[in-house]
Design a binder for this molecule. Structure first.
Ligand code: ATP
Length: 341
């Protein structure tokens, strides 16, 4: 059995974890990045080389992966790279819930899933609605915050969205979603749902460091206003975060609610890694503005295990290794069909 992933995002962690658990590993790699991944040859058994990501679904590539008895681990960039159609229809077993890809690519459906789960979310508006207070206007596709902007009124929302349509960043104003801008600490919670053990594990948390929003606070507010600097949200990296223990029950409760809702509306429900992304305010309320049904890049911080993964496993358990451990346990119990879709 081989574990494959696209060589990018969190792939080194996934290969590292898969090797630890005794699997063969396959890096699906772009030709011009091969030299880099070859430096990690000790973690990678086979390379499947592509000229562009869209080639993943070509019969040759799929045939090669099938012949290597492959399970594909989709990470945060998977759908963005290969496109929704290929991501969904590829005839390779996927570790995780395939049915979630389509929901994740629709900002409204995504927020609706959170709402139905009973997880608090920010107020939502459409382009053209009157808005109250600062709002953040978000464009579709995981672009790591690129093109997002903050607006104070319905008119500012329309103006900014029209600019982005002209720039080709989005096709139609309907593709944008407008959310109440939440004030507090923006936090990414990393979870793992194990169908084999029947439990949700909190495996870590991180804070994203984003330019220029995180740099602006180094300037006095009057300078920002005078020069007319505008915040942007381009991800630079991730910082580790250990949560106040009193926050953990709520964080775990949200994770359980998320799993339960996906099981109701998208059976068999989420499998393996997912992340809820939200803001913790000064009354320790947590509202969730986004989720990912796959491994997020913030888990790369904990390749040697996180303070939480030690509580469950008492050994260095990264998210990548946790994925491989789940597959291993499923194989041992002859229950592989419970962890792949
Ligand atoms: P990814 O898919 O990589 O997670 P994305 O493109 O979906 O990224 P988001 O994570 O939704 O983007 O948002 C990018 C950033 O914008 C967040 O990290 C956060 O700083 C800010 N942000 C998003 N929504 C809100 C909100 N409702 N209130 C305050 N800040 C927000």
């Amino acid at each position: 059995m081989s574990i494959a992933t696209l060589a990018s995002h969190s792939s080194l962690q996934i290969f590292h974890g898969a090797k630890f658990e005794g699997f063969r590993t396959i890096a699906i790699v772009l030709r011009d990045r091969l030299w880099f991944y070859e430096q990690f040859r000790h973690l990678i058994d086979d390379f499947v080389i592509l000229n562009n990501w869209r080639e993943l679904c070509s019969p040759d590539v799929v045939g090669k992966l099938q012949s290597l008895n492959t399970i594909l681990v989709p990470h945060g960039s998977y759908v963005e790279y290969v496109g929704l159609d290929c991501a969904e229809r590829i005839e390779i077993p996927i570790f995780g819930l395939r049915g979630l890809f389509r929901v994740e690519s629709d900002q409204w459906a995504k927020m609706e899933l959170l709402r139905r789960a009973g997880i608090p979310i920010p107020r939502l508006y459409g382009v053209g609605d009157e808005v109250h207070g600062p709002v953040i206007v978000k464009l579709p596709g995981a672009k790591g915050g690129r093109g997002y902007f903050i607006a104070r009124s319905g008119e500012e929302v329309i103006k900014g969205v029209e600019e982005r349509v002209r720039e080709g960043l989005i096709k139609s104003p309907r593709d944008a979603i407008v959310q109440e801008y939440l004030i507090g600490v923006t936090t990414y919670f990393h979870y793992f749902y194990s169908p084999i053990l029947g439990r949700v594990e909190i495996l870590g948390a991180d804070i994203r460091y984003e330019t220029n929003i995180d740099g602006l606070r180094r300037l006095p507010p009057d300078v920002i206003i005078e020069v007319g600097l505008k915040p942007t949200f381009v991800v630079v990296g991730n910082l580790p975060l250990v949560l106040r223990e009193s926050l953990l029950p709520k964080v775990l409760d949200y994770g359980i609610k998320f799993v339960e809702e996906t099981r109701r509306s998208l059976p068999p429900g989420v499998i393996g890694p997912f992340s809820l992304e939200g803001v913790i305010d000064d009354e320790t309320n947590i509202r969730i503005f986004e989720f990912s049904g796959r491994i997020v890049a913030g888990t790369n911080l904990y390749i040697g295990g996180s303070p939480y993964s030690y509580l469950y496993w008492n050994e260095p358990m990264s998210m990548g290794r946790r994925i491989a451990r789940e597959i291993k346990m499923a194989i041992e119990r002859d229950e592989l069909d419970r962890v792949v879709t």
